[in-house]
Design a protein around this ligand. Structure first.
Ligand code: UD1
Ligand code: CA
Length: 450
């Protein structure tokens, strides 16, 4: 059965109090819309259609940034959820299969639940996802009779008796796409909100002799985000699940609650993550690597057996080969650090290559930026870079070369050579003692004068 996802994402999200469209607020580094799309993509849909309205340009850009095959259609006026789904009709005019309606602000549906809905479609024309609410509040209520879903009634339009129902509407539903559009044609807006309610299609289906049924899921899965507080709660929930998933896969987290993961973080078995580590998007850490406390990683790759931190920063394009050591207060950006190399203290390596087994001394800086352009530094294998070396890029240091401490490298260093570029030292006999006496006398005189 082919599936098309229709994601409603046109609403303003007034309660976010934001210039950013609600569905673009991030959870674990990805817009919540993308979480919703990914949830739906677990069913392997043929088409993905996003209905955008408020901030449509930004929503389109974010959707295409993730997957440029996502189709975006516009809902210029938000006249209700049925009207929103209807905007996908033209895009799906030639589509033969099921439509699954999802929401850009409902990021946590699971594959199991969506598969259960797909299975339920074998016994009903319309399948609605419901949940037993601890506090049903203002959710729409599912009116059932046995296995049949009779209709959905919105809170505003419900009688006291209907409001007593605790089985609530998540809004997620599945039906044959063309049947769905034809049911939506019959939806009116004569209700308490004056909106075209998608929920009305259930009663309309029953009236046409079609069948509808409800599938239940856990309330946490249908968690919607309407405010910054709910966004924070969604983030916390994501983090909790992601940490648990890593541990289940064999990753040691010393203090799980202090480790922050991104939607796409990958960590191999037997890797060890110390407390207070942040993984921004785009990080892979291989088996057996160790990320020590207070490190920040983004867009980088850490190979088997490597150690990072404590207090290290790996920025986009940092690529650490096996058994590399990156120590405290070291920043690596867009640089390949080859097998067994060590960069242990107070160093910046950017736009560079560092060869195997090379040792970079404390306080080394690749001076990669001239104020206008970035330049590369290439350091060979088995090199010893002395402490406080400034490598003024573009520059290269050959295999097995050395730089003396404090050297400012402005010319290439050939293989096996030692570069020394620092002011010659000269000692002035007895001068320190004399200078000290002079300064003490001067201070004493000043104090007498007061
Ligand atoms: C809807 C359901 C309600 C359900 C609840 C679950 C209807 C009529 N009601 O109510 O039964 O319990 O969701 O959260 O469907 N949207 C558009 N364009 C529109 C209207 C809405 O894109 O014209 C989007 C919104 O951005 C939002 C979603 O659809 O993400 C739901 O719309 P909203 O108006 O919040 O519906 P509820 O009143 O919460
Ligand atoms: Ca509404």
């Amino acid at each position: 059965m082919s599936i098309a996802l229709i994601l409603l994402a046109a609403g303003k999200g007034t309660r976010m109090e934001s210039d950013l469209p609600k569905v673009l607020h991030p959870i674990a580094g990805a817009p919540m819309l993308i979480h919703a799309v990914r949830a739906g993509q677990t069913l392997g849909p043929e088409r993905v259609v996003v209905v955008a309205g408020h901030g449509a340009e930004a929503v389109t850009a974010a959707a295409h940034d993730y997957d440029d095959e996502i189709e975006v259609v516009l809902q210029t006026e938000q006249l209700g959820t049925a009207h929103a789904v209807a905007q996908a009709r033209v895009a799906l005019a030639d589509f033969d299969g099921d439509a699954l309606v999802l929401y850009g602000d409902t990021p946590f549906l699971t594959q199991d639940t969506l598969e259960e809905m797909a299975i339920a479609r074998a016994r009903a024309d319309v399948v609605v996802l419901g949940f037993d609410a601890a506090d049903p509040g203002r959710y729409g209520r599912l009116v059932t009779s046995g296995d049949q879903l009779e209709r959905i009634v919105e809170y505003k339009d419900a009688t006291d008796e209907e409001r007593a129902i605790t089985l609530c509407n998540s809004g997620v539903l599945a039906a044959d796409a063309q049947t769905l559009f034809s049911l939506i044609d019959a939806v009116g807006n004569d209700n308490a909100s004056g909106e075209y309610y998608l929920t009305d299609i259930v009663a309309l289906a029953q009236a046409r002799g079609l069948t509808a049924t409800a599938v239940r899921c856990d309330e946490a899965e249908t968690l919607g985000v309407n405010s910054r507080a709910e966004l924070a709660r969604a983030e916390a929930l994501f983090q909790q699940n992601a940490r648990a998933a890593l541990m289940a896969e064999g990753v040691t987290l010393h203090a799980p609650d202090t480790v922050y993961l991104s939607w796409d973080t990958i960590v191999g078995r037997d890797a060890e993550i110390e407390p207070n580590v942040v993984f921004a998007p785009g990080v892979t850490v291989e088996s057996g690597a160790r990320i020590r406390a207070f490190s920040h990683l983004e867009g980088c790759h850490v190979s088997r057996g490597a150690t990072v931190g404590p207090f290290a920063r790996l920025r986009p394009g940092a690529e650490l080969a096996e058994d590399v050591h990156i120590g405290n207060f070291v920043e690596i950006k867009n640089a390949l650090i080859d097998e067994g190399a060590k960069v242990n203290h107070l160093t910046y390596i950017g736009d560079a290559e560092v060869g195997s087994r090379t040792n970079i001394g404390a306080g080394t800086i690749t001076c990669n930026y001239d104020g206008v352009m970035k330049h590369r530094t290439t350091i060979g294998a088995d090199v010893f870079i002395g402490s406080n070396t400034m490598l003024v890029a573009p520059v290269s240091v050959g295999d097995a070369a050395m730089t003396a401490t404090g050297t400012i490298v402005t010319q290439d260093v050939p293989e096996g050579d030692l570069a020394i570029g620092r002011v010659q030292q000269s000692n002035k006999p007895g001068r320190a003692r004399k200078l000290m006496q002079f300064l003490r006398a001067k201070k004493a005189k000043q104090q007498e004068g007061r």
